[in-house]
Design a protein around this ligand. Sequence first.
Ligand SMILES: Nc1ncnc2c1ncn2[C@@H]1O[C@H](COP(=O)(O)OP(=O)(O)OP(=O)(O)O)[C@@H](O)[C@H]1O
Length: 331
Amino acid sequence: MTPSTHARTLAATEWGGEPLRSAAVEVTGLVKRYGPTLAVDELSFTVPRGSVFAVLGPNGAGKTSTIETCEGFRRADGGSVRVLGRDPVRDATELRPRVGVMLQAGGGAYPGARVGEMLRLTASYCRNPIDPALLLDLLGLSDSARKPVKRLSGGQQQRLSLAMAVVGRPELVFLDEPTAGLDPQARHAVWGIVEALRSDGVTVVLSTHHMDEAERLADEVLIVDAGKKVAHGTPAALTRGEQPTLRFRADATLDADALLALTATLPAGCVAASTGDGGYQVTGPPSAIGPHLLAAVTAWCAEKSVMPSDLQVGRRTLEDVFLDLTGRELR
Ligand SMILES: Nc1ncnc2c1ncn2[C@@H]1O[C@H](COP(=O)(O)OP(=O)(O)OP(=O)(O)O)[C@@H](O)[C@H]1O
């Protein structure tokens, strides 16, 4: 099934929800500590209702701590969190049927239960659940419906966990790395579910390490690093960049001298540099990034017997923005 078919199929199930009022999630000056570790450092953001909101950040940036505080599983050490206008810890009972939670690496299902039973059981606690058989079908789990949960692969358990998070038609869903470790087919199925949720007015807060996923799904992206906000905006605004760029890869390493020599052949104001990941980029005034620049780069490569590949002119990707803001070194 394609994502748009997912959207139509789930929308046809009349997800519903009460009239939209306050933001879905309001986090103000959130602080979360574990002993001496400051995991979240005065983080503030607002998630509009009906939007898909992606939280990005390097390992240990504080994404899970933030999301689990919003889910009511952890208490804030400072600041405030409001979820659907309520306190996620104090008002947990009221929020439970309104908020779906998919934990990191799946989880939440009884290992001995069968897949279909588990989802039907979860659905039985909900007032107006989605048909469990439909969800199993959308997530490619129909053939595993009679299998015990513990016999599922990691990716299948994750998909079951997503099904359990959404079966009750929540108004808001938290998905912590929903596609980590999934194969491409399963990733697309999950994206289809997220798109279906959005088209039905459900708010989705997800964390991910896949920049393409955030760029494709999210209405807004929050980038955190060391517990602090480093960027927030729509993917389009974050990637707009002030300077257009020409990027390419090469079948030979271009050292500093080679890049200087290349720069000398380029239109005025253009500079060639390494991007640090085996690729190269040429930046310059917008008027210079055009056919003459492309011709100059390929002519220089031809003269030096260097084969350029992946040559593209355009805006930065979300991955470029992420690496620029959070650094390229491993932590
Ligand atoms: N239960 C805990 N006890 C002690 N320290 C913790 C605990 N949970 C998280 N931390 C620490 O808090 C910081 C933030 O962790 P968190 O799991 O929120 O980051 P994350 O952005 O979700 O990381 P990842 O992308 O690796 O999942 C890290 O330094 C981590 O080691």
